[in-house]
Design a protein around this ligand. Sequence first.
Ligand SMILES: *[C@@H]1O[C@H](CO)[C@@H](O)[C@H](O)[C@H]1NC(C)=O
Length: 379
Amino acid sequence: MASRFTLLFLYSILIATSFRCSIADADVTESAAESGDLLIRQVVDHGGEEVVDGNTLLNADHHFAIFKRRFGKSYATQEEHDHRFAVFKANLRRAWRHQKLDPSAVHGVTQFSDLTPREFRRQFFGLNRRLRLPSDAHKAPILPTNDLPTDFDWRDHGAVTPVKNQGSCGSCWSFSTTGALEGANFLATGNLVSLSEQQLVDCDHECDPEEKDSCDSGCNGGLMNSAFEYTLKAGGLMREEDYPYTGTDRGACKFEKTKIAAKVSNFSVVSLDEDQIAANLVKNGPLAVAINAVFMQTYMKGVSCPYICSKRLDHGVLLVGYGESGYAPIRLKEKPYWIIKNSWGENWGENGYYKICRGRNLCGVDSMVSTVAAVTTSN
Ligand SMILES: *[C@@H]1O[C@H](CO)[C@@H](O)[C@H](O)[C@H]1NC(C)=O
């Protein structure tokens, strides 16, 4: 018993001091829960997708085999294989817990099911943690909210490029930034141009004005506001095809000023008010937002509306719309949600997208929202 407490204690210290992610509470509860229960009895197949339906898994080998085949996984040694299998089983239990906490979404096996929560955060997030807004950030003017549509989706208006994939690199912040500027540039010029994340990964070392040691640093994380600041100073971003994504940050900066495809005119921070967020979205295009992504490792589809979710921000994504329809659990009919573009490829979530409940800053989704405007020049 004593040694278990020591372990838990050490574990929570490790998590709490880890860079840019600290979902300590959730993780500790999780390991406590994992030690005790064997509650998952089966994993049911939903049209080819594997969904943990809340009963234990005696068939883990079988599901691990399907998982490996489906996502083309292979492990170098037997030891690695066994370790990954253990992690997979823990993740099935975790998915089941997420399902209980978040019944309006579907949680289950994803391509990330052989990664521990720590590995997952390190490799697939990439938001430098800070909760205060930069002091010199311009505040977005308050917009009228009386005529907002009930449903709105920038994908229907041609302002959103296809879903991209950050790979095993903590560069989410660069995808959130390009997504917002792609939309703003579309509004300013009428052209939808896919923009280069790699330029940001390689060239943007902008530091936060308030925390000088929090700087954009490639696969080790960054912030969207700093990236907008970099883009403003550098002159703009190149096209994706002229500066393609490699998923590593070991290359030199290859930015060419003559190939700029989109320019930032100004950007600002939107207040923590869901109507203002919606109004800015409709007026200015998709918004760069931060979120706590703990439920996203097991998310498959539906509206994620967990009873409890930490507001510690660790992931940068793109808010592209909102809606009310298609949400029909008995308890919470007509609950509005945000539509979020992620950067984990089209095979994750709903074709690369995530839906999260709107109305109570769930998982911190309303806490760090930025809007950007592009320079109106057609080139
Ligand atoms: C850009 O600046 C203009 C003029 O100050 C302001 O009205 C607008 O809201 C700003 N846009 C963004 C996206 O910050």
